[in-house]
Design a protein around this ligand. Sequence first.
Ligand code: BDP
Length: 719
Amino acid sequence: MKKKTVAFVLLACLFFTAAFAEDGYRLWLRYDRIPNGQMLAAYRSRIGSVAVLGQSPTLSVAGDELVKGLSGLLGIRQTTGATIGEHSIVIGTIAAPAIGGTGIETRGLGEEGFLIAFRKIAGKQCLIITGNTDKGVLYGSFYFLQQLQQQKNFASIPVASSPKLQLRVLNHWDNMNRSVERGYAGFSLWKWHLLPGYIDQRYIDYARANASIGINGTVVNNVNANALMLTKEYLVKVKALADVFRPYGIRLYLSAKFSAPIEIGRLKTADPLDPEVRDWWKKKIDEIYSYVPDFGGLLVKANSEGQPGPQNYRRTHADGANMLAEALAPHNGIVMWRAFVYSNEVPVDRTKQSYNEFKPFDGQFRNNVLVQVKNGPLDFQPREPFHPLFGAMPKTPLMMEFQLTQEYLGQGTQLVYEAPLMKEVLDADTYAYGKGSTVARVIDGSADRHTLTGIAGVSNIGDDRNWCGHPFAQANWYAYGKLAWDHNRSSEQIADEWIRMTFSNDPSFVGPVKQMMLSSRETMVHYMTPVGLHHIMGDGHHYGPSPWSDKLGRADWNPVYYHKADSLGLGFARNSKGTNALEQYAPEVRKIYEDLSDCPEEYLLWFHHVGWNYRMRSGRTLWNELCFRYYQGVEEVRAMQQLWNQTKSQVDEERFNHVRMLLSVQEKEAVWWRNACLLYFATFSKKPIPTDYAQPEHTLDYYKSLRFQFVPGNGNNGN
Ligand code: BDP
């Protein structure tokens, strides 16, 4: 070959690899050609042009998505139009005469549900995707494409589906300087300094990804809020984002700083009962709606971790929330008032505080207030029992808050599929209204007949090319959306479809990878916080183990407060012999955990202080069980590495290597967790790590000496 030709070929190869590099940007919306010839032929024989009946930005988005998806998946080149032909995919609301005229039934689908069915229109066999609103049609279109991506046949059609929860929201803990509190995937997506003039393509792709999994709201700024977000300067920017999100069915919400009337309104007080303050909020909220007519409402963190709130003025959470709710009500806006509070006095047991502060106000919130409650009573730990407020406030709609970003779950380096964690909480029985009053039924309103319902996920999204940092962290965004839509779905079903769409439909790939995902959360619990341990992470940044920490300003920020290791044993007694945090639950729940001998062992050290020689169900002593679990966790990570290595030929090089390297970091971190924790707890148990285990390669002093200066997601919030 001549030199020039060689150079050309090389260049062409480079271009080819660059253009088709699998960098994860496309998430689960890849739409690559279906490699299965038979399947492809079957689809092609039954799918023709896309006919969009009606006109709206949302319908256009749905039509364009179908065209994009079908041309990618099936290689069908087409454009959208309104002409219906044989095998057309006809999309539109039930109000479109051609669709309504088929006699298809959409009552019962609500505002966002969809229906997909085969019907004849004017003698032509069509596939109809419809709903009562454009949003329903959009969700149905995505659903249909997902079926093709997973190479499902049409046996499941007709299919109807509508969401179990109304507000399915992401909470971005994004600061205005683009740092992200507890973010491990780069900087914030929102380029405030370039808005409103420059609309980054990522805003659109973000909205599209959310719509594809049914997320219909986003709070774009940190709960540790900066009041400047509510100034005109920023509201114009906020409007630009809301305009991008709107066609995708996503409403924009803001976190509000309670002291905003002082900080940006120049008032002397932010007392919620002060007429001037109330008037200021009313005008401010009217102003927000003048920019964003479908603004969703406000999220508030008040009197928590130093944030201002109504208690600064001897007013209550209800006073604060209701003031905002009253101003939002005329616009159909809502308040999401967070229950993550703990008081300034050092408490007997921090896990009791949120219940103690909120329960008395049940029934006192306006009807457009939801109280947003973290999944557990402490703080997004690898494992916590469900929050006792679920089921304890029958007159108040409670909104679930999950943390997708992995603050306490290995941050940016560890593969942890969170659906099993979410399901564990959603499926937990509160017994508040008799057996079967699960947390899911409390938040979806079916247990206590609320009509306003919602769920929030603290976002794990940043400007990393693949959105979430760890390639598998995308699965947590996906699973959150899918569970928010339907909490009855299983972790396994969701993992299955995510793997198929994100990686491959090959069963020899799907099976092992699914197994790895499904066990990953328990694996992390084993090497981090087994048997009910909690909050033993590094100070402030929460990276890595630090069970010895005892120097932080508040007792209940220190790991030693939580594990209470002493010469007798380990664990926090929260039963009636201890802080009696258990009394906040229904009697049936109390009964499960009250006695040491009955208590499920995964919660043992959450509820009990247990002697080192206590016999566990395995027959091992507590000390030996701890050793067993920590070592087991590390072995399980090694098994994950092996599983992943076997997939080499089935995954593109880029993502294969990305995951391979992160798993190797995870293995090192798991060993670090295991060694640091066991060496430390051994100073209390006075027992050795059994000799049949490989002994730690460093001393406890070494682990204690480790310092980490610039852990992502920590501090620098510019507030
Ligand atoms: C804690 C985080 C902190 C958040 C807080 C919250 O460490 O960064 O501000 O939760 O939820 O877990 O408000």
